[in-house]
Design a protein around this ligand. Structure first.
Ligand code: ADP
Length: 214
């Protein structure tokens, strides 16, 4: 419940100062796609490559968050929205901190992705990890499609719950057409472009200078 007696307590360090310290902009790479489309696999490999380049990265995985922060939530539409709302809040904090966040959430409805985009704002990109439902069902690395077909899992995206294909994603990774390595390379390139600080002029340099003087 909302408490009217709580106000926002600002600090003395700006977002750009944090970005200067890390040498990168915080961004949220929101990966949406069917179960088994390849979101987690690509996120894990992308994280490894970026960290080897000295980037500060953090992976937020839908399944992993459901063990902790979102462990009280199920898969009804209401719970799925709450799952995404909380994930987007966390993403937004990490972007503010300066991290490159690799967020893998099925986020099946366009309205859920819109919620995340609006919550995170600048630095959000929607990446559609694309694979046909039949391919995902054939891959089925966790046996979830099999369970869904057997009626052991209800509200399973692509089987008994809808997935709305993104209409204007910022990037599409077609995991049927491209190998894991190729997808990772495409994604890493995009991330390096978007997280790069402006060089030597503009706000970042000015604020770094101010920061050093204090
Ligand atoms: P998700 O996180 O979307 O549920 P996973 O990453 O857990 O999907 O599973 C994707 C499966 O598809 C893995 O078994 C992976 O090895 C396989 N796969 C095959 N080709 C690709 C590709 N190009 N990109 C990502 N995964 C792929």
């Amino acid at each position: 419940m909302k408490n009217d007696n709580i106000s926002f307590h600002g600090g003395k360090v700006s977002r750009s100062e944090r970005y200067s310290v890390l040498g990168q902009k915080g961004i949220a790479v929101w990966m949406t796609g069917l179960s088994a489309s390849g979101k987690s696999t690509i996120a894990v490999e992308t994280e490894k490559v970026l960290v080897s380049m000295g980037k500060a990265v953090y992976r937020l995985d839908g399944d992993n968050l459901r063990h902790g922060l979102n462990s009280d939530l199920g898969f009804s539409e209401e719970d799925r929205f709450e799952n995404i709302r909380r994930a987007a809040e966390v993403c937004s904090l990490f972007v503010d901190a300066g991290l490159i966040v690799l967020a893998s959430f099925i986020s099946p409805l366009a309205s859920m992705r819109k919620l995340a985009r609006e919550k995170i704002g600048d630095g959000f990109i929607e990446v559609y990890v694309k694979a046909d439902p039949e391919t995902c069902e054939k891959r089925d690395p966790k046996g979830l499609y099999k369970k869904a077909r057997a009626g052991e899992i209800t509200d399973f995206t692509g089987v008994t719950a809808p997935y709305e294909v993104p209409l204007s994603p910022d990037l599409v990774l077609d995991t049927e057409k491209y190998s894991i390595d190729q997808c990772v390379r495409i994604l890493v390139d995009k991330i390096l472009q978007l997280s790069a600080l402006r060089q030597r002029n503009g706000l970042y340099r000015y604020e770094r200078h101010k920061f050093r003087q204090e």
